[in-house]
Design a protein around this ligand. Structure first.
Ligand SMILES: Cc1ncc(COP(=O)(O)O)c(C=O)c1O
Length: 367
């Protein structure tokens, strides 16, 4: 009965549940279509084991990820969301009072982790087209080295949150060569990589066996729609993984049973991946088209969110949208005043968001 319910009525189940919330949450770049029905069914089957700890080697999932990227299972480390892995890598890899370098207008988790371990964080301005300026990152790193700072790690979010932009393969390679020359860890956060188009984007995974201090972070929270379960993974070489493990001895079982089986079954569900990719692309086009019609500037995005320029009224618009139960992310905390970040939602979410934007424009004369 349950099986039938999940397989047949999954779509209706999800739409009804979400619409009964009344709020439209476009603020946290979640997958608003929900997870794979195979993942949901696996969670249901797992319920009867909830009294037991999970199998702590998480071997099946590691093997599956390893096969997917042509790596070995000992190059994979699972976390309670990739946020845990960002914190853990700072704990494990940073030397006291050493430096982490990142870009401005990027995911704030990097600088918070560096601050937590009392490291120094340097933020390098982004280039004018909202992409991470890897040349400037290298230039600044060289200056810091000349001033005898010890650089532990350079962080790159690719595709970048909140701009949705990507860096070229050439930039990735140059950065890696620089890191290799100066013995610096390179941490690539690829939380949104599954949404990016293959021909315009390169994953740093292809360089993992070229330099032994590359770390790549991925998550099941975004593309796979499992944000509420908390599961992410880190790819690196096995020595780095061993170092991370030493800092995690007292937190065994950091991935719960449901997250584990849901992640495993999501990865196996090829049809879900194709559908999610295509739906996101289609809805993103509708959103961009609507913004164009309203003459509102936005940044082209390789992800499931769009950075939109609102201007000085951005907080007023944010409040207006919130009053109408549409939540978006004001980007001042990313250092981008005048911008909001909006998730690519379902068709009805986008239509509602665009109609509110139009109303607001009419009310204000313009924005
Ligand atoms: C770039 C980036 N990295 C990491 C995370 C953390 O994701 P999670 O801990 O859900 O895997 C987020 C969440 O928004 C993100 O945008």
């Amino acid at each position: 009965m349950f099986k039938y319910f999940f397989k047949k009525d999954f779509k209706r189940f999800f739409t009804e549940e979400n619409s009964s919330n009344k709020c439209i949450r476009l603020s946290l770049s979640e997958n608003l279509w929900g997870p794979s029905s195979k993942a949901l069914y696996a969670i249901y089957k797992e319920l009867k084991h909830v009294n037991l700890y999970p199998e702590n080697s998480y071997q099946k999932l590691k093997d599956l990820i390893a096969t997917k990227y042509n790596l070995s299972a000992d190059q994979i480390f699972l976390g309670n969301g990739s946020a845990e892995l960002i914190m853990l890598s700072a704990l494990a890899l940073f030397k006291t009072e050493s430096v982490g370098i990142t870009s401005t207008n990027t995911f704030v988790g990097f600088k918070f982790s560096i601050a937590n371990i009392r490291g120094l964080c340097f933020e390098i301005p982004m280039s004018n087209n909202f992409t991470i300026d890897t040349k400037m990152l290298i230039l600044e790193a060289k200056k810091l080295i000349e001033r005898n700072f010890y650089i532990s790690a350079i962080y790159v979010c690719n595709p970048n949150n909140p701009t949705g932009t990507v860096i070229s393969e050439n930039s990735i390679k140059t950065l890696i060569d620089f890191g290799k020359k100066h013995n610096i860890y390179l941490i690539f956060d690829e939380a949104y990589m599954e949404y990016a188009s293959r021909d315009r984007t390169t994953t740093a995974i292809k360089f993992i066996n070229y330099y032994n201090k590359i770390l790549i972070l991925r998550t099941f929270s975004k593309f796979y729609g499992l944000a509420g379960l908390r599961c992410g993974y880190l790819l690196s070489n096995k020595e780095v993984i061993q170092q991370l493990k030493r800092f995690q001895q007292n937190v065994v079982f950091n991935v719960n049973r449901f997250a584990y089986v849901a992640a495993f079954n999501s990865l196996l569900d090829r049809r879900y991946a194709i559908r999610t990719y295509n739906k996101n692309l289609k809805m993103k086009k509708i959103l961009m088209c609507g913004l164009k019609k309203l003459s509102i500037e936005y940044v082209n995005s390789e992800t499931n969110f769009i950075l939109i320029k609102i201007g000085k009224n951005y907080l007023d618009l944010y409040e207006f949208l919130t009053e109408h139960k549409v939540h978006v992310m004001p980007c001042d905390k990313f250092g981008l005043k005048e911008y909001i970040r909006v998730s690519v939602g379902r068709k009805q979410d986008i239509k509602h968001f665009l109609s509110l934007l139009k109303q607001y424009k009419q009310k204000m004369g313009n924005i």
